[in-house]
Structures are given as C-alpha cells and as structure tokens.
Design a protein around this ligand. Structure first.
Ligand SMILES: [Zn+2]
Length: 423
C-alpha cells in the first residue's frame, strides 16, 4: 500500500528540453594537436620528435607531419642533441622553439610601480623595466599615457621597433573582465566599466589583452614557477589588497564572468571592519596594507600626515614589531590569524596540492611565520586527506609583468599555431 503523502509520477516521458549537462561542441574540442606539439617542445626546452610522440601519446608519423609544418612556419627549429657516447653515426636531432619567431610585451600597472617586460617566443625575457610612481587613483587617460611611455622606454632600451612586438598583455588590480578587456572596478583607476584594452590598444597600435593581476601572477607560477607540473594549485597575493588565482586542471579558472576568486572580499567577520569595497568584515579589511595602517595609527599613534605615506607607516610598524614592541607584534599576529582563516577556507573549498603565497608584502614575515601556516592547516579538514604544501614566493615586482607577457604569449601561440598551416 502506498502512503498518502507519496506522489507517484505516471508520466515518465522526458521533458522536451532534455536533461543533464548541456555542453557546446566548442567545449569538447581540445587544443589542436599542432599547438600541443609546439607547447610540448616549449615546455621541455629541447626534445626529440620521438619523445614528443611519447609524451603526447600520438604516433611518431603524426608528430613528424606537424613538426614539419611548424618548421616551415618558423616556430620551431632543429638543433643537434647531445650524442650518446656509445652510439655511432649521425648525431641525433632535437627540436627547440625558434625564440625570434615573435615577441610580446607584458605590463603590470599598480599604484606604487609599473613594471614592463619583453619576452621572446620561447618565453625568455629580453628586457625588463619599471617606473616608480606615487599616485593612488588616477584617470584612465593618464594610465594609458604612462603605460605607453613605459612601452616606448623598454623598446628603446632593448633596441627594438614597436612593429616587432605582436601583442601586449596587461595586468591591473581589481575586477577585470578579461574576455571583454574591461576593468569593472580597479583601486588605481577612477570610474567603473572602463574599456582598458580598447583604449590601450588604440594608443599603442598593438593588440592588448588585460586581466586581473593576481591571475597573471598565477600564470607566471603555472609557466615558470612551482605550479608547472601541478594540475590544481592556488596563489594568494598580498599587496595593497588580497588577491587569488586558481589553476584547475592545468588552466587558470576565472569564473563565469571572469571576475571570480575575490578571496579578499570573502567575509571573515559578520558586521566586521569596513573594507574599501564598502562592505564589512572582508578578509582584506584585516590583512591588507590599509588594515595594518589603520591599526598602527591607533595602537602606535602613527599618523599618515606625519609619516608621509602608508608605505612608510608599514615600514615603521614592521621595524617596531621586529624590535619587540608588543603592540606592533600583536597587530601582525592578529592579521596573520585572519590570513590563516582565509587560507584554510581556500584549502577546504578547492583541495589544492599547493598554495603559493606571493606579493611584495611577503617580507613582513610576522604575517607568514610558521605558526600562521600551522594555524591554516589546523583549521583545514584533515580527515584522511593530504594537506597542501604552502610555499612563500617573493619574486619581486617583475614577475607580475612576466605573467602579463605570458597572457599575450599564450594568445599569440594559439593564433600562430593555427595559422602556420602549410598548403
Ligand atoms: Zn571588501
């Protein structure tokens, strides 16, 4: 007998709209094999055809055909490989990227310093430069002027013509819709919904791609750093604010509108401290520069008008903590505990194999001392699971620009590998 409250569905035909995940054909298409071959060679530095075939699990004949295309297209070259001392005959031949096949620039814009880099098609730096500045928030027009001046300078220093650059990657803090090239909001630019990529591109006369700076730092880790061989990892950046980048399955994850990963504005305290986003209780309102400056101004009676800048105040706070001032130490310790909470949330949500802490503020090691990491792991669920490594990486300012260049290089690689088809 069926209890009264149970509804039995008689009509079991499927609804006309179907059910289950709807995946477009485009999502199913993987990276073209020619591009895979090229990227395999670039990732190995130097590799033989047969080893490419083994790594990609495709036939040597297919690799040979694709390599022939890439050689004719000028993207790869053959080099003599080291000979096995016991073997005779012709020296073996290996493949390398033809570094001079193209060049891209990367520019990272920030409130304190803009950095720029030029890299070749093998991803190696050709020139690097930076421009110190003090302006906190400026109009986009001025930022376009500054970025273009920086590009002009680095090209001049490298002895290159603008025409030799095929694209520019650019990073800035804030919410950036990378696909549309629009900064929805940035702490360094006045206004909202700013068409950064279009305006930069018009001024520079080059294609420009933009992204959130934490994403670009994550790309740098994926291409050059600790994340190269990892499928899933996280980068947390501590700069003026707190940023995050996530790699899932060897790819940068941005979210549906490419503005995800706003770890700095996840809430760690209901009705807590006021954040610069206008809301309360954000992680950033406890661990960022301006949070530390706010606390320092009260606890240590340091005032910005007297000390000159937030940077000077931070340095002073750090010096006092190192010298044993208990109030100063407490400020760093408290910020460190909030950072640990944020970190453990990330670990519990994404189960990464590695967490990289990066950014200019890493030198304030009170924030990232052993006990902060220990606390973060202690707050993560540990039942029969492996916890991630936590690494600190203070690569300096230029790594951001390198990540920006990587964004442009990845797009150029895709385009060139698709275009270098031999008739
Ligand atoms: Zn916020």
């Amino acid at each position: 007998m069926i209890p009264e409250e149970t509804q039995v569905v008689q009509d079991r035909t499927l609804p006309p709209e179907g059910c289950g995940p709807i995946v477009s054909q485009r999502d199913l298409v993987s990276i073209p094999l020619r591009q895979q071959v090229f990227e395999c060679v670039r990732s190995q530095g130097q590799i033989s055809r047969i080893d490419v075939a083994k790594r990609l699990n495709v036939s040597p004949a297919s690799v040979s055909t694709l390599v022939a295309d890439l050689l004719v297209g000028g993207l790869l070259k053959e080099v003599e490989a080291p000979r096995d001392p016991s073997s005779r005959g012709r020296p073996p031949v290996a493949l390398q990227v033809r570094a001079e096949a193209g060049y891209v620039a990367g520019i990272k814009l920030s409130d304190m310093v803009h950095t720029a880099i030029i890299v070749d098609f093998a991803g190696r730096p050709v020139a690097e430069t930076s421009l110190g500045r003090t302006s906190l928030r400026t109009d986009l027009d001025l930022l376009v002027d500054e970025a273009d001046a920086l590009l002009t300078q680095i090209l001049r220093d490298a002895g290159m013509a603008r025409a030799e650059i095929s694209a520019v990657g650019m990073g800035l803090p804030g919410m950036v819709d990378s696909q549309r090239g629009v900064a929805l909001w940035s702490p360094i630019i006045r206004g909202n919904n700013l068409p950064v990529a279009v305006l930069m591109s018009e001024r520079m006369g080059l294609p420009v791609v933009v992204d959130n700076d934490a994403n670009l730092l994550t790309l740098a880790e994926l291409w050059y750093g600790a994340g190269r061989a990892l499928s899933d990892f996280v980068v947390l950046t501590l700069e003026y604010g707190v940023g995050m980048g996530l790699v899932m399955d060897h790819r940068l994850y941005r979210g549906a509108h490419s503005v995800g990963m706003e770890i700095g504005h996840t809430k760690v305290q209901l009705d807590g401290a006021l954040c610069r986003c206008g809301q309360r209780g954000c992680l950033e309102a406890y661990v960022s520069d301006y949070a530390l400056v706010r606390e320092a101004s009260i606890a240590l009676d340091l005032h910005r008008s007297e000390t000159g800048s937030a940077q000077v105040m931070l340095e002073s706070l750090y010096d006092q903590a190192k010298a044993g001032n208990e109030a100063a130490r407490t400020i760093f310790r408290r910020a460190g505990r909030f950072l640990a909470a944020g970190l453990s949330n990330v670990i519990n949500l994404f189960d990464p194999s590695l967490v990289v802490l990066s950014g200019a503020r890493m030198k304030y090691d009170y924030l990232y001392a052993e006990d902060v990491m220990r606390e973060a792991l202690a707050m993560s669920l540990t039942q029969s699971r492996e916890l991630p490594r936590i690494e600190i990486n203070a690569w300096g300012d230029l790594v951001w620009a390198r990540g920006a260049a990587t964004l442009a290089l990845a797009a150029q690689t895709e385009a060139r590998c698709a275009a270098e088809v031999v008739a």
